[in-house]
Structure formats: C-alpha cells, structure tokens
Design a binder for this molecule. Structure first.
Ligand SMILES: Nc1ncnc2c1ncn2[C@@H]1O[C@H](COP(=O)(O)OP(=O)(O)O)[C@@H](O)[C@H]1O
Ligand SMILES: [Mg+2]
Length: 235
C-alpha cells in the first residue's frame, strides 16, 4: 500500500521512508505517539495528500474511504441522512440513499436511532453511525482515524465489540489509527508501530488471535505488552 513513503510539511518531516503492505480484508492498527504522522498516512492512502517521495499503491480497482478524526456528523441532519451522506455525494438519489442507509443501520443494530439528530445521541452512537456511513460508501479499503478515541472506557469497549461484529458481517480491508494499545490488541490482525516524528515503522506485530477477544485474555495482554515495548513505554 505504501512503499518508501516520505511526507514533509515545509521543514517538518512528518513521515520518513514508510513501507506498509496490507493484505485484503486485513485489519491493520497503526499506533504511535501524537504528531508522528498517523493521520497524514491515512490521507496519503486516501489520495488526500501526495507523497514527497515513495509510492502509494492500492490493489487493482480498490477504492478508499476515510473516517476523519473527531465528530464529523452533520448536526442538522438525522442519523439516516448522515449515514446516507457518502451515497448522496456519489450521486445516489436521496430516497434510494436513505433506503440503503436504513437497511445498513438496521443490520448494524442502529435502526432505532434513524430519525435522531446527532446532538440527541450518545458519543458512542454517533461514532457508530459515522462508521456505518463510512462502510456504506462501498469502498474496499476503510481508513478509520481514532474512531473511538474520545469515548469513555465502557462506551469504547461496547463500540469496539460492535466494530468486530460489524466487520465480521461486512469484511473490509481496514487501517485503524489508534493511540490505544488495548484497542489495537483487541481488534487488529496486525499492529504497525510508528516512532515519534518523523514517523518510521519501528515494529510490525502479527496478532493471530480469533475475534472477539477479551482485554483480560493473557494472549491479548502479551500483544499489548509488545506494542508498548515498541512504543518505548516503560512499565
Ligand atoms: N497541513 C499541515 N501543515 C503543516 N504541518 C502539518 C500538517 N498536517 C500535519 N502536520 C504536522 O505533521 C505531523 C504529523 O501530523 P499528523 O499526521 O496529524 O499526526 P498524528 O495523526 O500522528 O497525531 C505533526 O507534527 C503535524 O503538526
Ligand atoms: Mg491524527
């Protein structure tokens, strides 16, 4: 997906010589300190930025979609119109887009909230609807930028379990940016650890464990320890 990619902003070197291969339907978690270039990397994969050196290449015919960091639902639109947004942008008529969004929300256990506006929904529900919208775009490569980063621990755990079951239903290739080693160990097939800026790949940790996983499973804890060690976090 990335081959020797470097990205700089003026004199700031954000990413340096990053090579990343992602298999079809693999979930790769990207972790690294704040400012190491994680969001930049997703932008490069999605074609929103251009690499200064190296190559970005997607599997033949694959499209990408980005769920950006933060709360990106439209406040004046209900959950259904928010979920339908990617379809509408792609030119689908509103009625058809809403019908497809309705089916998707139902399938993902969010049907009861179809008519709710974002302000009346919990943070966890808003993030799930943003993920549903991202999946509805139909893109094969889904980039999620800290989708659950702002949630409290219990809501985050629920949203993580929901994501696992959602991806089991609708498999995609996923790049998941997180600063949470537990989230990475719970969800990922592989964890790629970036160094502090300039971001370089410092570890690539395979996680050959079935999902759903438990945070207290010793095998999951062991993965987390490896990720923390790669980040240079002493415990
Ligand atoms: N548009 C930009 N202009 C200038 N500097 C930027 C821009 N985008 C990101 N940067 C810088 O590049 C580095 C990586 O940013 P980012 O990819 O957002 O990091 P992360 O998502 O890992 O926190 C940071 O130091 C940030 O300040
Ligand atoms: Mg970021």
């Amino acid at each position: 997906m990335l081959d020797g990619v470097t990205r700089r902003f003026g004199t700031v070197l954000a990413l340096q010589d990053v090579t990343l291969r992602v298999r079809r339907r693999e979930l790769v978690a990207l972790i690294g300190p704040s400012g190491c270039g994680k969001s930049t990397l997703l932008d490069l994969v999605c074609g929103l930025q251009i690499a200064d050196a190296g190559r970005v290449a997607l599997p033949d015919g694959e499209r990408t979609v980005l769920m950006p960091q933060g709360d990106t639902l439209l406040p004046w639109a209900d959950a259904l119109d928010n979920a339908a947004l990617a379809l509408r942008v792609a030119g689908t008529p509103r009625r058809e887009a809403r019908e497809r969004a309705r089916a998707e929300l139902d399938a993902l256990g969010l049907g009861d909230f179809a008519r709710a506006r974002p302000a009346t929904l919990s943070g966890g529900m808003r993030q799930r609807i943003a993920v549903a919208r991202t999946l509805l775009s139909g893109a094969g490569v889904v980039c999620l930028d800290e989708p659950f980063g702002a949630l409290d621990a219990i809501t985050r755990a629920e949203a993580q379990r929901w994501l696992t079951s959602t991806l089991a239903r609708e498999p995609r290739t996923v790049l998941l940016v997180t600063h949470d080693t537990e989230e990475a160990a719970l969800l990922a097939d592989r964890i790629v650890v970036l160094s502090a800026r300039p971001g370089r790949v410092v570890a690539d940790i395979a996680v050959p464990l079935a999902t759903p996983r438990s945070a207290t499973d010793p095998a999951v804890l062991a993965v987390r320890e490896r990720a923390l060690a790669a980040l240079g976090v002493d415990r």
